[in-house]
Design a protein around this ligand. Structure first.
Ligand SMILES: Cc1cc2nc3c(=O)[nH]c(=O)nc-3n(C[C@H](O)[C@H](O)[C@H](O)COP(=O)(O)OP(=O)(O)OC[C@H]3O[C@@H](n4cnc5c(N)ncnc54)[C@H](O)[C@@H]3O)c2cc1C
Length: 451
């Protein structure tokens, strides 16, 4: 495997002395990198361009809270246009359609209005260095009926769609019960995949159901919610130690979640999830949260090497295996570090750390210096069971290896990850102010977003 020592090309200076660095994807990794490079170079020295298909950024680990209405994404999102002005990079609203490494161009699809009319046509952006940070999408592993009948939590729109459907079903049940108090009406939700997303969403649903009774759905309460969490593996939360997974399992069961481990889904229909054993789990809302794959790019990625999961294969320097000038980071890359057999996991902390390494390596590359290898520091995993509990394990020198944490300490560390992201994209002063405002909002705003 080639390491950073032999991959530094000669320094590259383009016309006008400006180097054009294009970052595609303004998520956990891409937006942090854009802010970092913008702060370091500003617009005068290099031209830093961020491309994203959305106008605003919301930190993806918050999506299950957006989906249940516990969090109002309008308050937590960051608009790229105002952010780029503050941080000294340029933002292009557009969706990557293909990459042409020979011409050093990314091609953006035509931008369409809601009614399908074209705002502007397909166009190309030239790059001297390209950073791919397009994240991941849920992997349905080709299971029949999933794409047509399941909801996913891959982005803001999907989370909003889930919330609208959830509220509509709650409203239906509330009406049915008002008309007939002895009716056995329920909102049935089936979630496939008991990793962090599935577990967190299950708990968050009960938090939302309890809060709904405050907001006009007087006859609706958590007993009207029927949640089934389905996992093919032998236990939930495979990334956490067994003791903590068992604690989370017990907490979910106490809330009323039916946890079905060792259960493989073979098909999803309009009304139900079908398991290998032939069980038919009827559900109003079906959520698929079982594994991820690289975000598909319709027109392809030229000669870039892809893994079996459609992620871009990178070297330890986070450069792609076929092109020194193209980096990939975050969920969209597959990075197997020396001495490890498995890729760096698709997590927010990996995205954050990779953004640091790519920023450093771009600087080194432009100076003609050898690049450094990415080192992944696993600080542990934390899973929030809404306001009911938080469990996880911390890792590192500070805690002397791996330490199981629960309760307030776990909650504090869990929220710290988001706070670090806020500070990384807004700086200390604005970041701390936003965290303080978030605390105030949590007190004065309604507990649920109901629209
Ligand atoms: C519900 C949920 C909960 C999670 N909880 C945790 C957690 O507790 N802890 C943790 O560590 N991780 C968690 N994760 C995983 C974490 O969110 C990801 O690992 C992280 O966001 C990856 O960052 P990224 O920058 O690679 O991708 P993303 O943050 O997904 O950003 C990708 C960006 O690329 C843009 N994009 C995609 N395709 C295109 C295109 N064709 N053209 C232009 N732009 C494009 C998208 O709009 C997006 O802005 C969670 C994920 C989910 C869904």
């Amino acid at each position: 495997m080639t390491t950073g020592q032999d991959t530094a090309p000669s320094p590259l200076v383009t016309e006008g002395g400006k180097t054009q660095i294009v970052i595609v994807g303004g998520g956990a990794a891409g937006l942090e990198l854009a802010a970092k490079l913008g702060a370091r170079y500003g617009r005068k020295k290099h031209d830093i361009i961020l491309v994203d298909r959305n106008r605003t950024h919301i930190w993806k680990p918050l999506l299950h809270e957006v989906a249940t209405g516990s969090l109002d994404a309008n308050l937590d999102e960051t608009g790229y246009r105002s952010h780029c002005r503050r941080w000294g990079y340029r933002y292009f609203h557009g969706s990557l359609e293909s990459v042409d490494p020979q011409r050093r161009q990314v091609i953006l699809a035509p931008l369409l209005d809601d009614d399908g009319s074209e705002i502007f046509g397909r166009h190309a952006i030239r790059y001297d260095y390209l950073v791919m940070a397009t994240g991941s999408v849920t992997n349905d592993f080709g299971t029949p009926g999933v794409a047509q009948n399941c909801l996913f939590l891959d982005g803001r729109h999907q989370a909003d769609r889930f919330r609208t459907k959830l509220l509509n079903h709650c409203l239906r049940v509330s009406r049915e019960m008002s008309a007939n108090p002895s009716a056995d009406s329920r909102v049935r939700v089936a979630i496939v995949g008991a990793g962090a997303t599935g577990v967190e969403l299950s708990a968050e649903l009960f938090n939302a159901a309890e809060a709904l009774s405050y907001y006009g759905l007087e006859v609706f309460d958590a007993s009207r919610l029927e949640v089934t969490l389905i996992e093919a593996g032998p236990r939930i939360l495979p990334a956490l130690p067994e003791r903590l997974a068992a604690a989370a399992h017990a907490e979910l069961t106490a809330l009323g979640v039916r946890v079905a481990t060792g259960t493989q889904v073979v098909e999803v229909t309009k009304d139900a999830i079908i398991t290998r054993d032939g069980e038919v789990i009827e559900a109003d809302l079906k959520v698929w949260a079982a594994g991820v794959k690289g975000t598909p790019i319709a027109g392809g990625l030229g000669n870039l090497e892809l893994s079996r999961n459609g992620q871009i294969v990178v070297r330890p320097t986070l450069q792609t295996t076929t092109d020194d000038r193209i980096f990939a980071m975050g969920d969209c890359c597959s990075c197997i570090l020396p001495g490890s057999e498995r890729p760096v996991p698709p997590r927010a902390q990996a995205a954050h750390q990779m953004a640091d390494t790519v920023a450093e390596n771009l600087t080194r590359m432009m100076k003609g210096q050898p690049l450094k290898d990415f080192v992944y520091h696993d600080h542990g995993s934390l899973v929030s069971l809404s306001r009911f509990s938080t469990v996880g394990s911390l890792m590192g020198n500070l805690v002397g290896g791996r330490m199981a944490v629960e309760g307030r300490l776990a909650r504090f560390v869990y929220t710290s990850l988001y706070r670090m992201h806020i500070i990384a994209i807004h700086g200390w002063v604005k970041g701390l102010a936003m965290i303080a405002i978030g605390r105030v909002n949590a007190i004065i705003r309604p507990r649920l977003k109901l629209h």
